[in-house]
Design a protein around this ligand. Structure first.
Ligand SMILES: [Zn+2]
Length: 139
């Protein structure tokens, strides 16, 4: 009975501390996942050390190469088929070359636009889910 009461208290503590801001919408808007107000970047991909509105520490989250992986994967799925379709088109060579250069340009622009969003989203999800480096328990 005592064990059940402790678990319920832990559950209420967890629910009471849940963020009111959706980490997905805050991440895609490049805003703080805790308050939804402060911006997370001080440059193109450089995180600020903390939220200017609520003081949330952004140095805890480390997205590493996750955003680049996901953006590369999405861009590959969206644009790689055109890399096979364009050369097979029954069009003059200059048209195919122009389309391939256009495909390269669109792929690069899409990657550069999506990368900050993906990085902010992963950081927001890490903070919202309290994700951290795995380690052994201290005994
Ligand atoms: Zn904040």
């Amino acid at each position: 009975m005592l064990k059940r009461r402790v678990d319920l208290a832990a559950f209420c503590f967890h629910v009471g501390n849940m963020s009111k801001v959706s980490p997905i919408s805050a991440g895609l808007a490049e805003r703080c996942p805790t308050c939804g107000q402060g911006r997370v970047f001080r440059g193109y991909l450089k995180f600020k050390p903390a939220c200017e509105a609520c003081g949330q520490d952004f140095t805890k989250a480390d997205t590493a190469d996750g955003p680049a992986f996901f953006v590369g994967f999405i861009v590959l799925i969206l644009f790689a088929p055109f890399g096979f379709i364009i050369p097979m088109a029954d069009q003059p060579m200059w048209w195919k070359l122009l389309m391939m250069f256009g495909l390269v340009f669109v792929t690069i622009v899409a990657s550069l636009v999506m990368l900050p969003k993906a990085k902010s989203l992963l950081m927001a999800l890490q903070i919202a889910n309290k994700a951290e480096q795995a380690r052994f328990e201290d005994r």
